[in-house]
Design a protein around this ligand. Structure first.
Ligand code: HEC
Length: 117
C-alpha cells in the first residue's frame, strides 16, 4: 500500500508538472502527429530513435551533416528538416522521405521535439 501511494503521488506530481507547461496543447498536438503521420516508425517510440535520429535531447545540440559540417538543432533547423528533408542530411542516416505536414503541424512537431529532454 505504501508503494502504491508513492506511485500515485508520483503520477499526480507528473500530471501537475504537465498541466503547468504552457506548451501543453502544442506538445500534445505534436505528439499526436508524431504518432499518426508515420514519424514514429523511424524516429522510435517517444522519439527514442531507430532507423532515424532520436529526438530525445536533440533540441539545441550540434548535429553533424553528411558533408561534415555541424548545425545547431534550433527551431529553424528542425522545421527545415521536416519541410525539406533533402536540404540537410544527418550523417550516418539515409535520406528521410517527404511528408505532407502543414506549417502549423510542423510547428507543433517542433514544439513536441523541444519537450523531449
Ligand atoms: C522512413 C523513415 C522516416 C520517417 C517515416 C520520418 N523520418 Fe524524419 N528522419 C529520417 C532520417 C533517416 C533522418 C536523418 C537523415 C536526414 O536528415 O534526412 C530524419 C531526420 C529528421 C529530423 C532531423 C533530426 C536530426 O537529428 O537532425 C527531423 C526533425 C525529422 N526527421 C522529423 C520527422 C517528422 C516530423 C516525421 C513525420 C512526419 C518524420 N521525420 C518521419 C527518417 C524518417
Amino acid at each position: 500500500m505504501v508503494l502504491f501511494a508513492g506511485v500515485a503521488a508520483a503520477i499526480a506530481a507528473l500530471a501537475a508538472a504537465c498541466a503547468a507547461d504552457t506548451d501543453t496543447a502544442a506538445r500534445s498536438e505534436g505528439e499526436r502527429l508524431f504518432n499518426t503521420k508515420g514519424c514514429i516508425a523511424c524516429h522510435g517510440p517517444g522519439g527514442s530513435g531507430g532507423m532515424a535520429p532520436a529526438w530525445k535531447g536533440l533540441y539545441l545540440t550540434e548535429v553533424t551533416l553528411t558533408d561534415g559540417t555541424t548545425v545547431l538543432a534550433d527551431d529553424a533547423y528542425l522545421a527545415l528538416a521536416i519541410t525539406d528533408p533533402t536540404a540537410q542530411q544527418v550523417k550516418g542516416y539515409p535520406m528521410m522521405p517527404p511528408n505532407q505536414l502543414t506549417a502549423a503541424e510542423v510547428q507543433a512537431v517542433v514544439d513536441f521535439i523541444k519537450t523531449l529532454k
